[in-house]
Ligand binder design. Sequence first.
Ligand code: NAD
Length: 293
Amino acid sequence: MTIGFIGLGIMGRPMVKNLIKAGYQLVVYDKFAGFDDLVALGACGASSNKEAASKSDVVITMLPNSPHVKEAVLGAGGIVEGISAGKIVVDMSSIAPAVSQEVGEALKAKGVAFLDAPVSGGEPKAIDGTLAIMVGGDQQTFDTVKPILEKMGSSVVLVGDIGAGNVTKLANQIVVALNIAAVSEAFVLAAKAGVEPAKVFDAIKGGLAGSTVMNAKVPMILGGNFKPGFRIELHIKDLQNALDTGHNLNVPLPLTANIMETLQSLKVDGLAASDHSAIVRYYEKLAGIEVRS
Ligand code: NAD
């Protein structure tokens, strides 16, 4: 089976490497980034999205946001021009669920099956092949591509119809952002009260307040290390998609709106490309203290 892979950024590149390692034949393309390293590993390079699609049985996309996915799949020289009936497109980008549905409908008209399959876990888990993958689409298509997805993730779950994968991802992103904010506010309080933040971490990480977010982000905060990881600008993108989706469904999202404005403030402060653990910097500025060990 030949897999086309489009979007070779922070996430896509290591995901391709895992598929090559698993023995799949890859055809790769990126509009802006080079891919000589992947060709050296055995992948075949394409010169357009259309060409990558025409040479593949399954096409995977890993692109920044909804407009990029629409352009790569439906735009001029896009996947839709190269793909034929009976093939499958899997979009693993985090995008608006409504756009997943739009892309799925357009491909269905050509006899092409579609899944939205965004991921959680970031670059380290993309490298390890241990991403959490949340999938929207039909059972038969899911069953066909599951062995491929399992080469990139340790958890691969079908959550519903097309768009459900990205709804699940938006839920994930709301919980992660607010969890970092709660941890930040709490640790700023402890620091200003004169209690050693590293000791607070040791004391509470095993209790009810503990979380994967706390374990991953507090060491970064204590070390003043805000190297991404997951950039604040990408989290702004996800929360904008969450707010748009919520408002279209008549679901107010007051906490999401609040953390969105915190992220906007950090962007103004020049931190758009920092890891989202830099949310702590907002609370540090309010209280005039830093949380460091
Ligand atoms: P990235 O910006 O590093 O990579 C995206 C790639 O897509 C770039 O190389 C870009 O050149 C390419 N591209 C853009 N438009 C294109 C087009 N029309 N045709 C072909 N290639 C095109 O982004 P990333 O960090 O790899 O993230 C990809 C997706 O995964 C995003 O939706 C992001 O939210 C999501 N995600 C990222 C992380 C993370 O930690 N970085 C974690 C989970 C999910």
